[in-house]
Design a protein around this ligand. Sequence first.
Ligand SMILES: Cc1cc2nc3c(=O)[nH]c(=O)nc-3n(C[C@H](O)[C@H](O)[C@H](O)COP(=O)(O)O)c2cc1C
Length: 205
Amino acid sequence: MKAAMLTKSTFAGARLAIKAASRRSASMRIGARAEVGLFYSTSTGNTEAAADWISQKFEGDISDPTDIGEIDVDDLTEYSSLIVGAPTWNTGADEGRSGTAWDEVLDEIKDLDLSGKKVAVFGCGDSSSYGDYFCDAIEEVYSAMKSAGATMVGSVATDGYDFSESKSVIDGKFCGLPLDEDNESDMTEDRIAAWCAQISGEGLA
Ligand SMILES: Cc1cc2nc3c(=O)[nH]c(=O)nc-3n(C[C@H](O)[C@H](O)[C@H](O)COP(=O)(O)O)c2cc1C
């Protein structure tokens, strides 16, 4: 009886030790990830499609595009750098302009430690119908990542965009890459290719 109990507890102990070791090795694997994390959110699919383009155009190790609503935001710290994208909805609101999962996680992201990581933001909007609020959500994601200590890259000149106002214009430039699938979808591929080359040149890897 005693021998049986000993054997049982020995097995249980061994199982726990194996589980702990596998957790340790999983976190070591993730912690050592030399890979750019690619995250987005979407309501009607445009930002997801843009993320797919980026995963194809970016030269370097990059994760599969993943909906930000599907991860624990702490996992963002496991990547070498981040490329993140948000659509803009909720016109006229002061904040929560993405209208997607980003709105739920931005406060949590501000409390992360992303120092030493480069982060670039892209977004989808409509520069014609919503030209006074064009791609506002880029700024919200940008500011949260910056608050977390990230080094922000990937700002884009406003030349070539036809819009009136955007809170994503900081110091005369967009603080990320705006894309307009509603009016300028023919420009998206080239804009993404140029931006991917730009952020690589800015050291995002
Ligand atoms: C009701 C509504 C509100 C919108 N508000 C904005 C806006 O304030 N600013 C903007 O740039 N685009 C706005 N858009 C356009 C969307 O952001 C655009 O279609 C975008 O590509 C959607 O991306 P998604 O498919 O990834 O959700 C709005 C669209 C609709 C239908």
